[in-house]
Design a protein around this ligand. Structure first.
Ligand code: HEC
Length: 103
């Protein structure tokens, strides 16, 4: 039940009603909400940046320019086709997961 709700939120957040559909598939190749694939689970990302005032800016930069060395040996390539507006929306969505991160 909880998982089902989470997946629904992910779909809603990642599609957002317009051209982000291709982008959503891109992210899903490497990320899930709770399990590590190539990249870190979005819930862990949210938890790590919980108290970071620059979280949104940092996550946006990582999505748009790529990131390596923060989470392990795998690198995230710059997400080609992702607009700054979409990156902003994803960053806010990821950080918003903290509200539902209660143990
Ligand atoms: C090819 C695999 C791949 C794809 C595609 C990918 N990621 Fe990543 N992502 C990673 C890896 C690997 C890391 C960890 C990078 C590191 O250690 O610095 C990561 C890290 C992140 C982080 C944390 C960045 C940080 O600064 O700590 C966020 C947020 C993120 N990805 C979001 C996304 C979103 C949103 C998309 C789709 C637009 C996406 N990723 C697509 C592999 C991927």
């Amino acid at each position: 039940m909880k998982m089902h709700y989470s997946m629904m939120m992910l779909v809603l957040a990642l599609t957002g009603g317009h051209a982000a559909a291709a982008t959503e598939d891109t992210c899903r190749a490497c990320h899930t909400l709770t399990a590590k694939l190539v990249g870190p689970p979005f819930r862990e990302v949210a938890a790590r940046y919980k108290d970071d005032q620059q979280a949104i800016e940092k996550l946006k930069k990582s999505m748009l320019e790529g990131s390596q060395g923060k989470w392990g040996s795998a690198a995230m390539p710059a997400n080609v086709g992702l607009t700054p507006a979409e990156a902003d929306r994803f960053a806010h969505w990821v950080m918003g997961l903290n509200a539902t991160n209660k143990q």
